[in-house]
Design a protein around this ligand. Sequence first.
Ligand SMILES: [Zn+2]
Length: 60
Amino acid sequence: MAATDDRPEVRLVAHCRRCHGWLLSPRSVAEGIGPTCAIRERAELRAAESSALTLFDIAA
Ligand SMILES: [Zn+2]
């Protein structure tokens, strides 16, 4: 298990940071999140941005 001590950043397999499921595609591994969770995360980011804009509107 300690064979990659010199390259701690290299991970051949990875889990989704959101649901901790296995990431199957190289792109998902690179992003650290599965495609479904990426869509959900983007939707949440957008919701957070729009609520921040709402707060701005209230403040202004
Ligand atoms: Zn996931």
